[in-house]
Design a protein around this ligand. Structure first.
Ligand code: GLN
Length: 501
């Protein structure tokens, strides 16, 4: 592979340091990223667009600026990828949907601009479940991304490509979106770090809407310190999104201790349905937190069992409203019907949307329809309030909550495609936090053996509203104290051999 030889070993922080200290150049780093994408992506299908020319041009500019002695940005020369539901001026954002084939946004999302302004280099857009609806990437209207640990398995979803791209070390950083777990669940299944901030900490302007009261831009990194760095860049107030909180960016905590933290362990998350090997890893991780000076407290989150049904009322209701704008007039390709406007819209939507998106539009339209609105939608909002209340009560006696991110390790592609409810259930541990709007991270906590292969497991740490920095600190302290990053680096086949086998 050409370019900077150490590329695949380093996280974003170390890559920037190598560039700033002149051990390498941004151009060499970009060449290494492009070479790795060329070598691995034919098998992994993480990328839907690779922006080689603009990435090379930007790297050259950065190298010239460094040579002139200009100050380096916080992410100077760090290659990154974006989920295809994010707006960059002139770059196709198809959202995994045929209905947006060829759609190029007229503006760049502020959360992307903030990365670019700090010197990060956009190298491509990634595959995803159509409109972020799914947990495996298999609802894509284009290509299905594979898990670098075992290409017969899912990398998780819906931010499947963004996750696989970081897990296979094609880029050290990517952005996904998390509505019900779409960053945390894949991060767990691929052995990297994924973080969903408190709702409102990152602007949604330029993120194509799915469930607006749930959607949050959420990064993937391979180290917790990178996650803190990225959040300090992209979070914070933005006038374009009225749900973005008028607060400064998340300020990483300096402390490298979790001594004295009270960590709640919710019994509902360790009940039936949790894979025994995953459970053992997560319990081991919690024991490690205790060893590091935290104290565990058993807690209850009694409304957990209602989270999935509540989510599938709220999220589909919002989706049915948000997706009404795809009508063949304003965006994407058009299919003509019998000549009437009505039939053109129907034909465009029939041809453009895949089966899962249609299922959700139907469900969402039903729960909002007159006569059913109170019975379904309003009731779901009340249950959502109770779920939030469970967390509020728990956080009266604990500082963080620790639990698994996903009930199983990565499942096989095709395993759940015929059973939507089984697919929905893979999010049982991430959806409650989304409904409550709370910050949560997934950090690697070891591997299990499945089908003769090693597969990663994630520990989820959840914080109270606005305690984003505390969640990130705990993830960093845990990561620093364990060998999991190193273990995962040594084990991940695509890292070891330079090929995804
Ligand atoms: N898997 C969940 C769903 O299908 C969550 C998706 C997401 O977070 N975007 O809705």
């Amino acid at each position: 592979m050409s370019g900077f030889a150490d590329y695949a070993r380093l996280d974003a922080t170390a890559l920037r340091e190598a560039i700033v200290s002149k051990r390498t150049t941004a151009s060499q780093v970009v060449e290494a990223a492009l070479a790795r994408i060329a070598a691995l992506d034919p098998e992994l299908s993480a990328f839907s667009t690779v922006l080689a020319d603009s990435a090379r041009a930007r790297a050259k500019e950065l190298d010239a600026a460094l040579a002139r002695g200009e100050p380096a940005g916080a992410l100077c020369g760090v290659p990154f990828a974006l989920k295809s539901n994010m707006c960059v001026e002139g770059v196709e954002a198809h959202c995994g949907s045929k209905i947006l084939a060829g759609y190029k946004p007229p503006y760049t999302a502020p959360f992307v601009q903030r990365l670019l302004d700090e010197g990060a280099i956009l190298v491509g857009m990634t595959h995803m479940d159509e409109f972020a609806m799914g947990s495996s990437g298999e609802n894509s209207g284009y290509a299905v991304a594979k898990n670098p640990w075992d290409t017969s398995r899912t990398p998780g979803g819906s931010s499947s490509g963004s996750c696989a791209a970081v897990a296979a070390r094609m880029v050290p950083l990517s952005l996904g979106s998390d509505t019900g777990g779409s960053v945390r669940q894949p991060a767990a299944l691929c052995g990297i770090v994924g973080f969903k901030p408190t709702y409102g900490r990152i602007t949604r302007y330029g993120l194509v809407a799915f469930g607006s009261s749930l959607d949050q831009v959420s990064p993937f990194t391979r180290s917790a310190r990178d996650m803190e760095l990225v959040l300090s860049v992209i979070s914070g107030a933005d006038e374009h999104d009225s749900t973005c909180l008028p607060l400064p960016a998340i300020d990483p905590e300096r402390s490298d201790s979790i001594r004295g933290l009270r960590i709640g362990v919710p019994k509902e998350y360790f009940a039936s349905g949790l894979d025994a090997d995953v459970r053992a890893k997560v319990e081991g991780a919690i024991a490690k937190l205790v060893e590091l000076g935290a104290a565990t407290v058993p807690i209850e989150l009694p409304h957990t069992e209602y989270a999935i049904p509540t989510y599938y009322v709220v999220a589909t209701a919002e989706a049915s409203s948000n997706l009404a704008r795809y009508d063949g007039i304003r965006y994407g390709p058009r299919t003509n019907g019998d000549g009437s406007l009505q039939s053109m819209i129907a034909a465009t939507r029939e041809a453009g949307f895949g089966p899962e998106v249609k299922r959700r539009i139907l469900l969402g339209t039903y729960v909002l329809s007159s006569g059913y609105y109170d019975a379904w939608y309003v009731r779901a909002l009340k249950v959502r309030r109770l779920i939030r209340h469970d967390f509020d009560e728990a956080f009266k006696s604990v500082d963080l909550i620790a639990c698994p991110t996903s009930p199983t390790a990565a499942f096989r592609l095709g395993e759940k495609t015929d059973d939507p409810v089984a697919m929905y259930l893979s999010d049982v541990m991430t959806v409650p936090t989304s409904l409550a709007g709370l910050p949560a991270v997934s950090v690697p906590c070891g591997t299990v053996t499945l089908g003769g292969k090693q597969l990663p497991v994630g520990l989820q740490l959840i914080g109270p509203s606005l305690a984003d920095a505390r969640v990130l600190r705990a993830a960093r302290v845990f990561e620093d104290a364990t060998q999991h990053q190193r273990e995962i680096y040594a084990l991940a086949p695509s890292v070891r051999e330079g090929a995804a086998r």
